[in-house]
Write a protein that binds this ligand. Structure first.
Ligand code: PRP
Ligand code: URA
Length: 208
């Protein structure tokens, strides 16, 4: 399945500022939200449309509107929360589910602590959002949880990815399209993306 690395100049510029160690939490939060909004524009490019006649003040316009039950966004807690405002700016009527996962610092394995998904998620296209795709463990686990509820079309959107994570996610869920703002070099010995931006959750919420 396709891996899309964003080449839009606005996204590249904003990711550069995001990476900077001098960027404050306030700026970081704003940038995460803005980049998520710009990426959402690309990730929704293939949403199915249906015909609709609309009466304008002058005549009937033969138009298109988005078909079906539309979208659900699922942020992976915590850091994924930083992307929710941005994507909802573009698709305000989308439903939002939440999956709580953290990486065990020793094993780097995801530990699940929360899962609440929209009741009708099986009828929606789902976009999972998390700023970081490192080993891929968290994204793989979150998407496996979502698949149990039956949605047919799932995408994954992240700001920074390591090649190791892209490979693992593609192998585990070959049907899931991946949208990435920047594809980095590698992981370090602690499972952090290099050059990356550090710990996304800590930078969004100012916890370190
Ligand atoms: C970060 C990030 C991803 C995960 C990526 O979350 O937001 O969810 O790490 O790493 P992986 O691809 O190796 O699984 P973290 O576990 O730090 O939790 P937090 O968002 O609560 O800080
Ligand atoms: N999680 C983060 O927040 N940053 C990384 O580089 C890897 C995992």
């Amino acid at each position: 399945m396709a891996v899309h690395v964003m080449d839009h100049p606005l996204i590249q510029h904003k990711v550069s500022v995001l990476r900077d160690v001098k960027t404050t939490s306030k700026q970081f939060r704003e940038l995460v939200s803005e980049i998520a909004m710009l990426m959402c524009y690309e990730a929704t490019r293939d949403l199915p449309l249906t015909d609709k006649d609309v009466q304008t003040p002058l005549a009937t316009a033969h138009t298109k509107v988005i078909a079906g039950k539309k979208l659900a966004f699922v942020p992976i807690l915590r850091a994924g929360l930083g992307m929710v405002d941005g994507v909802l700016t573009l698709v305000p009527n989308a439903r939002v589910g939440h999956i709580g996962l953290y990486r065990d610092p020793d094993t780097l394995q995801p530990v699940e602590y929360y899962c609440k998904l929209p009741a009708d998620i099986e009828h929606r296209e789902v976009i999972v959002v998390d700023p970081m795709l490192a080993t891929g463990g968290s994204a793989i686990d979150a998407i496996s949880q979502i698949k149990k509820r039956g949605p047919k079309d799932i995408k994954f959107m992240c700001l920074i990815a390591a090649p190791e994570g892209v490979e693992a996610l593609t192998k585990a869920h070959p049907d899931v399209e991946i949208y990435i703002a920047a594809l980095d070099d590698c992981l370090n010995d602690h499972g952090y993306i290099v050059p990356g931006l550090g710990d996304a959750g800590d930078r969004i919420f100012g916890t370190k």
